[in-house]
Design a protein around this ligand. Structure first.
Ligand code: M6R
Length: 608
């Protein structure tokens, strides 16, 4: 978690750093800070709260003025959010740095440093690296970095200023992501591309234990021995507009509206001769034919996309699929056999638990397939097979378009699997694929059709303490995501329940006026779902029903009905996701919450 940036160039460094940090606030936003070389000295400004709080503080107390510096936006792990615990941290007189990641052995190191007479100001693990580096520094930055890295354990990306190296900025990483951007007469470091895209789309990906030196002469790379490294310059295929709000009030709303394009861009290149074709991603019919057990491992929304995948793959290809939460999978000694397929789904490609789960699966002899949005991320680089989703940058913490493209890939895989296993013939596979290609158009229409209804209906959720999402089959899989969306941004408790399971306990929660969102798009299960809806309605629930436009339901079944177009039953979650996203969005807006940056959360969870 946390976002780091650095700048070397001719522009006003503080301005560039704050601007770049704004694009990284999705990674953490409980405090922020910058350090800039000003008249030969490192000047630091930091503050608890949002970036704007830092800006206000600098207006009052002075903005560091110079052309070389580093910045940080924090999601607290060690020590409460406070100005003292904010980065940058100085390790003494010699070193000031920013850090993204976790230093696992910080306690031992801190004790050793205290025994050497070092005095700590903050509760952070970061200050331990700063102090250690300061202690190890005897005039040679590379030697000091090497010595320090040999002592620290964990994940980190560091941006470092040495007080006696006024024209230089050093960066190094292990596990945590870091890129080095190259513009005209200026260079940058950043945790992610959106931070620098306004200035340049050209960047290098720093690899583990590589050191970058940024100065007015440009950028150079070396390993821990100081040996020069040549690296490949990459070009980001995003533009600045893609990373900004484009006229929408919130990134989340913009990203909901971007879903039709995101799905189209993701699936179109993967269809050849009217059939799914994932050969370029390393996934062939031959590979799939021999797979008899699949695990889908992920966190949060990505895991919910896996739940949709499970229903689709099991139904069509008749291959068993276990969906696992990555943080459980990695510690429960999973029963993986050589040749099993482990699919890792991740928007960021940097989620610590998902990455660790993938490494474990590889070690146990499984084939790994990553479905990732962020290009060049760790999960993308380490997987045996890789399908990139092309959602573009997702900035809102609440995932919408990333989920949509993840499930679109689940369908492609499901169809291909079923064909490879001989469970459907080519004609059926073509038919399903054709319907999938029509989804972007339906999505566009659905967003417009249901927007107003969702905004109106959301007003009935504002005062709820708790609510339930219910559904059967794929509707249940989708309900999980609907429920997560609502709770993370509205702060209203909710739970998704398999509709048929309610009467085994949970129905006792229903009281007069409690909202229940029922998803009933699976026509084959409709009668059963309607019976379950009647059970909650009879106990006083206010039912909001999401169903297709053709279903006939008695007028007393639901209090509000959101109708969506009817397409192939197994593809209905793609359309039904939209009203669930919009209900969550408008509930959050009407409750006056910070939709894009909900409390206690961060976009990219690179810590356990
Ligand atoms: O980057 P990832 O897809 O690996 O992230 C996994 C979860 O942290 C993420 O999906 C999270 O649940 C969403 N932000 C919720 O909207």
């Amino acid at each position: 978690m946390c976002g780091i940036v650095g700048y070397v160039g001719k522009k006003d460094c503080s301005e560039v750093l704050v601007d770049a940090l704004r694009k990284l606030e999705y990674r953490g936003y409980d405090s922020a800070g910058i350090a800039v070389f000003e008249d030969g000295k490192i000047k630091v400004a930091k503050e608890k709260g949002r970036l704007d709080d830092l800006v206000e503080k600098m207006k009052r107390e002075g903005v560091p003025c110079g052309h070389i510096g580093v910045g940080h936006t924090r999601w607290a792990t060690h020590g409460v959010p406070s100005a003292t615990n904010s980065h940058p941290h100085a390790g003494g007189d010699k070193v000031t740095l920013v850090h993204n990641g976790i230093i696992e052995n910080y306690k031992e190191l801190k004790e050793q440093l205290i025994s050497l007479g070092r005095v700590f100001k903050s509760e952070t693990d970061t200050e331990v690296v700063a102090q250690l580096l300061d202690y190890n520094y005897e005039g040679d930055p590379i030697a000091a970095i090497k010595k320090t890295l040999a002592q620290v354990e964990g994940s980190f990306a560091l941006g470092i200023l040495f007080a006696d190296r006024q024209g230089e900025l050093y960066a190094v990483r292990r596990e945590s992501p870091l890129i080095v951007g190259v513009g005209e007469d200026e260079t940058f470091i950043a945790s992610d591309v959106p931070a620098i895209i306004k200035y340049t789309n050209q960047y290098y990906l720093l690899e583990h234990d590589e050191i970058a030196l940024l100065s007015e002469n440009g950028v150079s790379f070396c390993d821990l021995e100081g040996d020069k490294i040549e690296k490949e310059l990459k070009v980001a295929d995003w533009n600045q507009e893609a990373a900004e709000k484009g006229g929408y009030e919130h990134y989340m709303l913009k990203e909901i509206h971007e879903q039709p394009t995101a799905v189209k861009t993701t699936i179109t290149p993967r269809i050849s001769h009217k059939l799914p074709c994932l050969e370029e991603c390393g996934v062939t019919a031959e590979t799939l034919k021999d797979i008899n057990q699949i695990y889908i491992v992920a966190c949060g929304t990505a895991m919910h996309a896996g739940m949709v995948g499970k229903y689709v793959i099991e139904k069509l290809a008749r291959v068993p699929v276990v969906v696992d939460i990555a943080s459980e999978f990695r510690y429960r000694e999973p029963l993986i056999n050589e040749g099993d397929l482990v699919i890792i789904i991740s928007q960021s490609g940097e989620t610590a638990d998902s990455l660790a789960a993938m490494r474990l699966a590889k070690k146990m002899g499984a084939k790994t397939l990553a479905i990732v949005n962020a290009k060049g991320s760790s999960i993308a680089r380490e997987a045996d097979m890789l399908i990139y989703t092309h959602a573009g940058p997702e900035i809102a913490v609440a995932s919408t378009k990333a989920y949509m493209v993840q499930i679109s890939v689940m369908y492609l895989l499901g169809f291909l699997f079923a064909l490879a296993k001989g469970k459907i013939d080519e004609a059926e596979c073509m038919r399903l694929t054709e319907i999938l290609t029509s989804v972007p158009e339906y999505l566009e229409k659905t967003i417009n059709d249901v927007d107003k209804d969702c905004e109106d209906i959301s007003k009935h959720l504002l005062e709820a303490d708790s609510l339930l999402y219910i559904g059967r089959g794929l509707d249940y899989a989708l309900s999980m995501e609907g429920s997560l969306k609502l709770k993370e941004i509205s702060y209203i408790h909710s739970e998704a329940y398999a509709a048929g399971e309610l009467k085994h306990g949970t129905i006792s929660l229903i009281t007069e006026g409690m909202p229940v969102i029922a998803v009933a798009t699976q026509v084959s299960l409709l009668d059963k779902t309607i019976s379950n809806i009647k059970e909650v309605k009879a106990r006083g629930a206010v039912v909001i029903l999401v169903c297709d436009k053709e279903i006939q339901v008695d007028c007393d079944v639901a209090d509000y009905i959101i109708r969506i177009d009817k397409i192939e039953e197994c593809l209905m979650p793609m359309l039904a996701a939209v009203p669930l996203q919009l209900l969550a969005y408008y509930t959050s807006v009407h409750r006056g919450n910070d939709v894009d940056k909900p409390r206690n959360l961060a976009k990219s969870v690179t810590v356990e």
